[in-house]
Design a protein around this ligand. Structure first.
Ligand SMILES: [Zn+2]
Ligand SMILES: [Zn+2]
Length: 798
């Protein structure tokens, strides 16, 4: 096993680690250094990947120091799969869209830095993320089933995961960022759930300190808020939008209901607003106490005007800044380096009765740190303004990271043979090292590589408890690429109604709960859009819809078709009446979320399509990469390449189409050589499925590209009979004069340049007999369309 540290080693920021195991390469995280000093790169050392490109990308959690460089990395490696937990995907979307917006603004300044990536790159990244549930074992590299991974809850923020690798070279546990203490929004990591690992990579942010008692610290913070409000002051809590801001709202709500804090309005501004919404949408990953609150009180968790908690709209901000009424404002960013918080701070700092309460890490050069160090009555710089500091500035420790003692507990439980300390300042990591004198401890720096020789297999064999944690291989094989089976096909709405009636007739159900009730242990986050899709149609005959904030919840109607109970046989009969099987050549049932290749007419250009549903009026509704974005029904479904995008089902049709278009463009880069395949067939017939198997097309993109090319140009080499393709006879193919030319080019392979009219280009692997598709050297930009040239005008360059 070998690890190369691209960033986040002996520092906090830019976390990224390349793991080599069993001869394969996996990249863990791709973060940014948000507080990069002059001369320091904002991104990890990606040049270290040049010789050893990763085959899969695994993300621990959404914080920008773990995800900020991902759009860039994903566009350098456009075909590798990217794994995240479901909640991490939701949060990453918010954070990266905001990062793009900020970089664009900064790029407009004359001395500003160029943006690292754009909106399209973020879109492309998000569309490739595969959500994985906690404790769900998966194979990150399809062709390396011996490497198995699962996520364990890390406690740090919503969706944060610890990565556990089970490999032929032993086991590895990568903590990402962890919190052992219970937070209000997220349960702390469960020490008893941690398996043993041979090698452990552990964060050490607070390696040289111990936190004070969390509840005491929260109380002191609440008292500071109370005192400020009692003297008619305003409180500003600049907070990190993800994690900390949600904690502050929940702490304030709790002390308000206990009577300590008066019910003055609480305002949320900046990215905090959208992150709060995302937290509420991911109920199932929240602390059980919070889940109970949402279900029992049936109130929104954060923004709740009835409880005087408001989201500030941009047009209201100026009035709020001018108002001198007592209030609590929670806004991003946490270090006052951007966002809405400097705008509030500039006025609050000038007023003696107000207070500015910091609750997170302050970088030495941040405005937040400057405020903490400034003395009252002295000038201080906030944003573009210099103000006379009059208000109270205090800092409270509501950290979302484990402290030195807790890290020791975690390491003791995992009991590794080698401990690698990362994600911390050098002094924090050095202090931590002192706690593990009996262990081999490594503290790498950026750019360093650690190699571990595999000890005897006895030494590295997993303990029985550990095996119990990892689901069995066959149960997990479907997780890498979810395949819809009888157990995971879309339910009929009446089945959901029956279940909800049986299990909780009077209560409201979230989509995730309905999914869990229907699929049981087979439920996966990737199935959530399948249920959501059902509720896109009018389901009022079955469920009463209500809302908590922006989230829909559903209560089963008392009767359906005038009856309060329907037998299982009757449900089956109703389901059969609306058949799942579509007409058309394919024997497989396409389910909502499947990606299909369709053709309007025989021999016309094939399209890429996302199936929206196949259960209504026995028609298949789909959005394609062409035509109008509106869904349409088509019976000419051609190929189902076993590719799914369940997570797209909830998107607007136009967005789905944009994603399909982008995908189609990326597919043009895939080398497809139908001639070689024709020669390999030796007159034997084949199906599309057997072609994928024989050519070992593990990657989704390969299957799609071959499928499209087969429909587009396959008729020149094969005759199609339903599901079967029959290679044309040799005489018939060789009879053609263009064939010799063609053969020469294809034999030269994909890496040989061709010369036409003094321009050099590369064959794309597509051809329709005498015309070849070439991507020209000088035109090789993202938007350049491949051109077609005639075989006779090509010279190969050796
Ligand atoms: Zn973090
Ligand atoms: Zn971090």
């Amino acid at each position: 096993m070998e690890m190369t540290f691209l960033g986040g080693a002996s520092e906090v920021g830019g976390s990224s680690t390349l793991l080599k195991v069993a001869g394969r390469y996996l990249l863990i995280d791709g973060g940014m250094r948000p507080a990069a000093r002059d001369g320091q790169s904002r991104i990890p050392e990606l040049s270290l990947l040049a010789a050893t490109p990763p085959e899969a990308l695994l993300i621990t959690h959404a914080h920008i120091d773990h995800t900020g460089a991902l759009p860039l990395i994903a566009s350098i490696y456009p075909h590798i799969p990217i794994y995240v937990t479901e909640s991490t995907r939701v949060l990453t979307e918010i954070l990266l869209r905001d990062a793009v917006r900020i970089m664009k603004q900064e790029g407009l300044h004359p001395d500003g830095e160029t943006p690292l990536y754009n909106k399209d790159q973020v879109d492309a990244l998000l569309s490739r993320m595969r959500p994985i549930g906690f404790r769900q074992s998966f194979t990150p590299i399809a062709s390396a089933p011996e490497i198995r991974v699962h996520y364990l809850p890390a406690g740090h923020i919503l969706g944060a995961g610890i990565l556990y690798f089970d490999t032929p070279e032993g086991s590895l546990l990568h903590t990402g960022d962890i919190s052992v203490t219970d937070q209000r929004s997220i349960q702390g990591l469960d020490l008893s759930s941690l398996p043993h690992a041979d090698i452990m990579i552990c964060e050490g942010t607070y390696g040289n300190r111990n936190h004070s008692n969390r509840r005491k610290e929260e109380r002191t913070f609440a008292e500071a808020v109370q005192q400020t409000l009692m003297r008619n002051g305003r409180v500003l809590c600049p907070a990190f939008a993800v994690g900390r801001a949600q904690e502050i709202v929940l702490i304030l709500k709790s002390y308000r209901s206990s009577g300590l804090i008066p019910p003055v309005p609480i305002y949320l501004d900046g990215m905090v607003r959208s992150v709060c919404l995302a937290y509420q949408h991911q109920i199932h990953d929240l602390h059980p106490n919070v889940q109970r609150y949402i279900k029992n009180a049936r109130r929104p968790l954060f923004v709740d005007p009835d409880l005087h908690i408001f989201a500030v709209r941009s047009q209201e901000r100026a009035a709020l800044i001018a108002s001198k009424q007592p209030a609590i404002i929670i806004s991003s960013s946490g270090m006052l380096s951007g966002g809405a918080s400097p705008l509030y701070a500039a006025t609050i700092a000038k007023r003696e009765q107000d207070a500015l309460l910091l609750t997170g890490y302050q970088d030495e050069e941040s405005p937040g740190a400057a405020l903490l160090h400034a003395r009252r009555g002295h000038p201080v710089q906030i944003g573009s303004q210099t103000v006379q500091l009059a208000c109270k500035v205090e800092k409270y420790n509501l950290a979302g990271h484990a402290d030195s003692k807790q890290i020791s507990q975690v390491v003791t439980k995992v009991a590794p043979h080698v401990l690698i300390l990362v994600h911390g300042a050098p002094d924090a990591l050095a202090a931590l090292e002192q706690r593990f004198r009996d262990l081999r401890v490594e503290i790498p720096v950026v750019g360093s590589k650690l190699t571990f020789v595999q000890p005897s297999s006895r030494h590295f064999s997993p303990s029985p408890q550990e095996q119990a944690v990892v689901p069995s291989a066959d149960d997990a094989s479907s997780l890498d690429m979810p395949v819809l089976t009888a157990q995971t096909s879309a339910p009929a709405i009446i089945s959901l109604w029956m279940l909800a009636k049986k299990l909780g007739p009077l209560r409201f159900w979230s989509v995730v709960e309905l999914g869990q009730a229907y699929y049981g242990v087979a439920y996966r986050p990737s199935l959530r859009p399948v249920i959501e899709q059902l509720f896109k149609y009018d389901t009022s005959a079955y469920f009463k819809r209500s809302r908590i904030g922006s989230q829909s919840i559903y209560q089963p109607c008392e009767t359906v078709m005038g009856r309060s109970l329907i037998s299982d046989e009757e449900i089956l009969a109703i389901q059969l009446a609306a058949p799942l099987s579509p007409p058309g050549p394919s024997a497989t049932n396409p389910c909502a979320g499947a990606v299909a290749i369709v053709q309007g007419q025989k021999n016309s250009v094939p399209y890429l399509a996302l199936i929206l549903s196949s259960t209504y009026n026995s028609r298949i509704h789909m959005v394609t990469d062409s035509w109008k974005a509106a869904p349409r029904s088509l019976s000419l479904l051609q190929l189902l390449p076993d590719v799914q995008r369940y997570e797209w089902l909830g998107l607007p049709d136009e967005t789905i189409q944009v994603r399909l278009k982008q995908w189609r463009q990326a597919l043009n880069q895939v080398w497809v050589d139908l001639f070689s395949w024709w020669r390999r067939c030796h007159a034997q017939s084949f199906s599309f499925a057997s072609l994928c198997q024989d050519l070992n097309l593990c990657l989704e993109d390969e299957r799609l590209a071959w499928g499209l090319e087969l429909l587009l140009h396959g008729s020149l080499l094969f005759r199609r009979d339903g599901e079967t393709w029959l290679p044309l006879a040799e005489e018939r193919v060789y009879r053609d004069a263009g064939f010799a030319q063609h053969l020469r080019l294809l034999d030269a392979g994909k890496d040989s340049a061709v010369l036409v009219n003094n321009r050099s280009g590369w064959l794309t692997g597509r051809s329709n007999w005498r015309l070849f598709e070439v991507r020209w050297h000088e035109l090789e930009t993202a938007t350049a369309q491949p051109a077609q040239i005639r075989a006779s005008s090509i010279h190969l360059i050796d």
